[in-house]
Design a protein around this ligand. Structure first.
Ligand code: PMV
Length: 384
């Protein structure tokens, strides 16, 4: 039996921003240029187990992938995975944001990691960028806990349709909670949020359920998320337009926008005003006012990307069709507003009570597209 020093499993949900985070004031610490506001959703979750191993188990951690696999994996499959490093399956990095470097824990390709951690995502052993990014994140935890033990990390996702749906947020929120707990750290919600932020900015918001505000702050200590009281019962409808890997990581796209877009400073200025208006609308239970500012904030963010040199365009033709379907629904009296992230998919804000009706109208207008309703989800929790 291997000497497991500490083991913990945590579950976290993805979140969708209503007022967006786009651009880092401090790349290394992931301090954003603007505050952001999000809804944590049910249904889109990551469950991650972290085990820190005794020093004698380091070599074992390097070779042992079988014990990381779920019951649905056969040992034969896992042995093949181990030899090939991928087992002939679809490349999981193509549908998991962990593998899309946004650089928040340093350059994932830099060769500074000497601790032999292992990582499986949905049963598939990972190498390269995804592993390096997780290892560097675990280094933050090891440093804080004063340990140097290697870790076995196993992550499972219940993202119903593949990709581009803020999986790095649920992934790093779950990893922060499981990793810190396995290392014997007892972190407060604020400390967990600060830690998760280093893995992926938006992950700091998935520490909490419901409506969450990420205070931009000006350094590591002041940049964290906190829950916001929300008297309205809201829902998000996801219109899945593309499950393909995004053409440019959010890290790269943010950098390019900040450096070259003449519209970016204007978006940053209007974002502060958008946040004030959004919080006032929430406090007043005014969904029309909230929806209006949510749609404007996201379209403004994309306008700033499109004005970058070269342009960053995540939109596909179906994106425009979906956006106009949502505007058409509003003309017909429905309370529905669009938002978009670093991808072609469109997410629609509605009242929870209207969500099924709005989703069914959207299915009529957008035949053949996957359209799913997500209600409010809970914050990260250690489940084991
Ligand atoms: O957390 P990141 O680095 O993947 O950035 C996410 C950025 C957006 O999804 C586009 C906006 C947001 O606030 O979530």
């Amino acid at each position: 039996a291997s000497a497991v020093l500490g083991r913990a499993t945590a579950c976290a949900h993805a979140n969708i921003a209503l007022i967006k985070y786009w651009g880092k004031a401090d790349e290394a610490l992931v301090v954003p240029t603007t505050a952001s506001l999000s809804l944590t959703l049910d249904g889109l979750s990551t469950q991650t187990t972290v085990e820190f191993l005794g020093d004698g188990d380091a070599a074992r951690a390097e070779s042992d992938s079988v014990s990381l696999l779920g019951d649905d994996e056969t040992p034969a499959e896992s042995a093949a995975d181990e030899r090939t490093g991928r087992g002939g399956k679809a490349d999981p990095t193509a549908r998991f944001d962990l593998a899309a470097p946004d650089g928040s824990v340093g350059d994932p390709t830099a060769d500074s990691n000497t601790i032999p951690d292992t990582l499986t995502i949905d049963g598939v052993l990972q190498h390269g960028t995804a592993l390096a990014r997780v290892s560097r994140f675990l280094d933050l935890i090891r440093e804080r806990a004063g340990i140097s033990a290697p870790a076995r990390v196993a992550s499972r996702n219940t993202v119903p349709f593949g990709a581009g749906l803020a999986s790095s947020a649920s992934a790093f929120a779950a990893l922060a909670a499981a990793g810190s707990c396995a290392a014997g750290l007892d972190l407060s919600g604020r400390e967990l949020s600060r830690l998760a932020r280093r893995g992926s900015g938006s992950a700091c918001r998935s520490i909490y359920g419901g409506l969450v505000k990420w205070n931009a702050g000006h350094d590591d200590a002041t940049s964290y998320a906190q829950p916001v009281e929300c008297p309205m019962d809201l829902a998000i409808i996801v219109i899945l337009i593309s499950a393909k890997e995004k053409p440019m990581s959010s890290r790269e796209a943010m950098r390019l926008t900040m450096r070259t877009s003449p519209l970016y400073p204007a978006w940053v200025r209007s974002s502060a005003d958008d946040m004030t208006r959004a919080l006032a609308a929430v406090a007043a239970s005014d969904l029309d006012a909230l929806g209006e500012v949510v749609e404007a904030n996201a379209l403004g963010m994309h306008a700033s990307m499109m004005a970058a040199r070269p342009a960053v365009i995540y939109w596909l033709p179906q994106t425009v069709t979906a956006l106009s379907a949502v505007r058409d629904l509003r003309r017909h009296g429905y309370g529905a507003w669009s938002t978009m992230d670093a991808g072609a998919n469109v997410k629609v804000l509605t009242a929870a009570a209207d969500a099924e009706r709005v989703a069914s109208e959207l299915r009529d207008r957008l035949p053949g597209q996957t359209i799913e309703v997500h209600h409010i989800g809970s914050g990260v929790r250690v489940v084991e």
